[in-house]
Design a protein. Structure first.
Length: 173
């Protein structure tokens, strides 16, 4: 009877320890990856895009996120390859983050696919994990085919290395 109770207690503690690690992995990946999803617009605004970038900027102007202006200086227009410049509208300024990225959706963790047991690598405890993320477009303009190379959508697997910190616990790097 004592052996059965002790074995069950040990097995239960191992199972709980495994759940703790997976929970820690979820927490670390969520902290790093569950956020707004955005794409880079331009280094400076107003933007003077190359002709191949003008198509998606025109779509942003159609959605009242950017304002399109005619460039009156013909030499400047010839150098840029386009006769228009684009700046953010007031609506667009609310959607822009501090990295000049336009935000259009949310990323969320779907599941932890797999992970290694914690390993010691030169005195640093590490875990390698694979997770499935879902990228949800929340802005209707971002669903336009003109943005297919700019936006993430659907599900994708990511690989992450987690490091155990003394005060923070497991942290995704």
């Amino acid at each position: 009877m004592k052996k059965t109770t002790l074995s069950a207690a040990l097995l239960g503690s191992f199972l709980l320890a495994g759940c703790g690690v997976e929970s820690d992995i979820k927490t670390a990946i969520k902290k790093k990856h569950e956020k707004e999803i955005c794409f880079f617009v331009a280094g400076r605004l107003p933007a003077h895009p190359w002709p191949h970038d003008a198509a998606w900027m025109d779509k942003l102007a159609d959605a009242d996120i950017m304002v399109k202006h005619e460039v009156t200086d013909k030499r400047r227009a010839a150098m840029m390859g386009t006769s228009h410049e684009y700046d953010l509208s007031s609506k667009g300024r609310k959607m822009m983050n501090d990295k000049n990225e336009l935000c259009y959706g949310k990323a969320r963790l779907v599941e932890i696919v797999d992970y290694t047991e914690p390993q010691n690598n030169n005195g640093v405890e590490m875990i390698r994990a694979q997770a499935t993320m879902k990228y949800e477009i929340t802005e209707s303009w971002a669903k336009d085919p003109a943005f297919k190379d700019k936006v993430k959508s659907g599900e994708a697997n990511i690989n992450e290395t987690l490091v155990k910190m003394a005060k923070q616990g497991w942290v995704a790097r």
